[in-house]
Design a binder for this molecule. Sequence first.
Ligand code: SF4
Ligand code: SF4
Length: 149
Amino acid sequence: MPTYVNPDKCDGCKALDRPACHHICPTDLMVLDKALGKAYNREPDQCWECYACVKVCPQTAIDMRGYADVVPLGASLAPLRGTDSIMWTVKFRDGQTKRFKYPIRTTAWGSIEPQKYSPTPGSEELKNQLLCGEPKWLMVDQLPVLSKN
Ligand code: SF4
Ligand code: SF4
């Protein structure tokens, strides 16, 4: 089920040109209405339901239309992201509320060296069809190839 923005909660990421939901959406669906200062999902039919925008929104303004077997009859599921954890608040149909907190990282902010294990490729590596780290990170000696015969 696609996401939607609650305009009462959205602050447009305080008028940033590319608000957080816009920046993170892999399908480029979240856009900012600059006149209103509110974001919206411009093409819900194309939403992958990855919920990256739901988790990243600092105002918890993005909600998801729950699947009928998960959140029917008024139940809801809402995340609240902190700097080191994410708290999911689950409201059940019978009125119960439960919260589940999960860590979102295991390393200190700024401590990761993204290129540490992937040195800059040389010109020969750029020409071949393997992706960075293949086949080493797939833990095989070589990738299987299709035979023409
Ligand atoms: S991330 Fe949240 S607050 Fe920021 S523009 Fe998107 S919906 Fe609005
Ligand atoms: S759920 Fe994923 S695909 Fe859908 S609008 Fe949000 S970030 Fe984009």
